[in-house]
Design a protein around this ligand. Structure first.
Ligand code: ADP
Length: 476
């Protein structure tokens, strides 16, 4: 039996969250709007200006964050079940990956909370200076539906460590885990008013956070289109600093000397992990011409044992349903467009079953760079396979995108790997692996994939203001 507390919204309105396996309603959730965001920001402001959270020692905050991490681990089964039900995920994978990463991030920033300090500055003349790194204030978080538990944790953890208070808006498709996590935060001893969760829709609750005059920074993860709106809202309101983790069309470059079996497995997991609902999915796979035919054959063979289905009832399932009808229709329309523009379907290419939002894992070959499927983020189980000849060509084509989130290179040649690593314009480059992440590894893109890092010590900086202090030096 699971219990999630949620108060009613100011308007009394609710919205339904659905199970993507069937489309059935799981729960009705209070629908927060501008008035609720105002109340939440007021609570966060009060907790920041007058509450204990920014004032207690870093080690005390760290102790509470550690307790929060412990509780997340103790409730990993419930969280994984809730998340899988809401987002169509695999419960065992969700427990290990999503919940594991969430606890890891809380623990990492628990350790950082008492290591926040400034510098001493030896000035010219009769003065000396030092810097203070102070909590920035009220942070706003607008998060997506693909990794809701992880997103919640990696966003709030550095802000909590810094001593900020916050308002969090989970995605309307997946509001449940954020409410559950807020309960755990309270149990861990995080005081009232520090974390305020407002479930609701983007153009209403989300926009109210982005344009709020009393929110001091916004950290957003989602689409490039909405990222642009967040930045505009900041510019029009109080010029709050924003950090944006946006879309991607990441390249995976496979060279002729690669271990072919490993390369095939990497291409599959880099595209189909979490049903392709990952901003960093390697949806452009470049394979060098000498192994291209073999690669294509092996990939098609391997896809025959890839199981799509209900991840709750069959442990063999590799891929569950897409998160909702909107995404399902969107992915299918990209697949149709790929066919219309002349790409060849190697595997998949159709919806699966009568019920729920299942799609066959789809591999396109004969893909040209100017096709829509090679340029736009699809956010589903769709891989584009392309052939290349030389290292220079691979690098040039990998960079020929408006995005710059991730990249992968598969080779045994260290010099080739290093050339790609240094030439690809991306926030993270994986060599002979993909998707490997850690609480200490900064994550975030370049170009139209956004800016600002989640995870790692860089994330802490987003929630700290540097204050320079200057004092006279007398008699020295
Ligand atoms: P996706 O296309 O993957 O659903 P979105 O960028 O639309 O990604 O959504 C990511 C988050 O941004 C969600 O929490 C959503 O509610 C929110 N959002 C959507 N539109 C807006 C908006 N106009 N202002 C602020 N937040 C928004």
């Amino acid at each position: 039996m699971m219990y999630i507390s949620s108060s009613s919204s100011s308007s009394g309105r609710t919205f339904e969250t659905r199970d993507p396996r069937t489309g059935d309603v799981i729960a009705s959730v209070a629908e927060g709007d501008k008035d609720d965001v105002d109340l939440a920001v007021r609570a966060a402001r009060k907790a920041f200006d007058h509450g204990e959270w920014p004032r207690i020692s870093g080690s005390e905050r760290g102790r509470i964050l550690t307790r929060f991490a412990d509780l997340v681990e103790q409730h990993a089964d419930e969280l994984a079940a809730l998340e899988s039900l809401d987002a169509g995920k695999h419960p065992a994978v969700t427990k290990a990956v999503d919940v594991g990463n969430a606890a890891g991030s809380l623990r990492y920033f628990a350790g950082a909370a008492d290591k926040i300090h400034g510098e001493t500055l030896k000035m010219q003349g009769q003065f000396q200076g030092y810097t203070l790194r102070e909590p920035l204030g009220v942070a706003g978080f607008i998060i997506p539906w693909n990794f809701p538990t992880t997103m919640f944790a990696i966003k709030v953890a550095p802000a909590l460590a810094a001593g900020c208070t916050m308002v969090v808006k989970p995605a309307e498709q997946t509001p449940l885990s954020a409410l559950y996590l807020a309960d755990l935060a309270k149990k861990a001893g995080i005081p009232d008013g520090v974390i305020n969760v407002v479930p609701g829709f983007g153009p209403t609750a989300g926009a109210a956070i982005a344009s709020h005059m009393d929110v001091d920074t916004v950290s957003f993860t989602g689409s490039t289109e909405v990222g642009r709106l967040i930045m505009e809202a900041s510019a029009r309101s109080n010029l709050k600093p924003v950090s944006l983790e946006l879309g991607g069309k990441s390249p995976l470059i496979i060279f002729e000397d690669a271990d072919l079996d490993m390369a095939v497995e990497l291409a599959i997991s880099a595209n189909l992990f979490n049903k392709g609902e990952a901003c960093v999915a390697a949806s452009r796979v470049y394979v060098q011409e000498g192994i291209y035919d073999q690669f294509e054959k092996k990939l098609a063979e391997r896809m025959k044992s890839w199981v799509v289905g209900d991840p709750f009832n069959d442990p063999r399932v590799n891929q569950g349903p897409q998160v909702d009808k909107v995404q399902y229709d969107r992915v299918l329309s990209y697949i149709d467009q790929g066919k219309r523009e002349g790409a060849t379907v190697l595997t998949g290419g159709r919806p699966l079953g009568q019920n729920g939002y299942y799609i066959e894992p789809t591999v396109f070959t004969n893909v040209k760079e100017d096709m829509t499927i090679a340029k736009e983020e699809i956010f589903g189980p769709v891989m584009c396979l392309m052939k290349f000849k030389t290292v220079d060509e691979a690098i040039e084509r990998a960079n020929d995108t408006k995005y710059g989130l991730g990249a992968g290179v598969v080779t045994r040649d260290l010099d080739v790997a290093n050339r790609v690593v240094r030439s690809v314009r991306a926030g993270v480059v994986w060599v002979n692996c993909y998707f490997a992440m850690g609480s200490d590894v900064p994550f975030g893109g370049r170009k139209m994939s956004g800016f600002g890092k989640d995870e790692g010590m860089h994330a802490l900086d987003k929630f700290l203001a540097v204050k320079s202090v200057v004092t006279p030096l007398k008699g020295s």
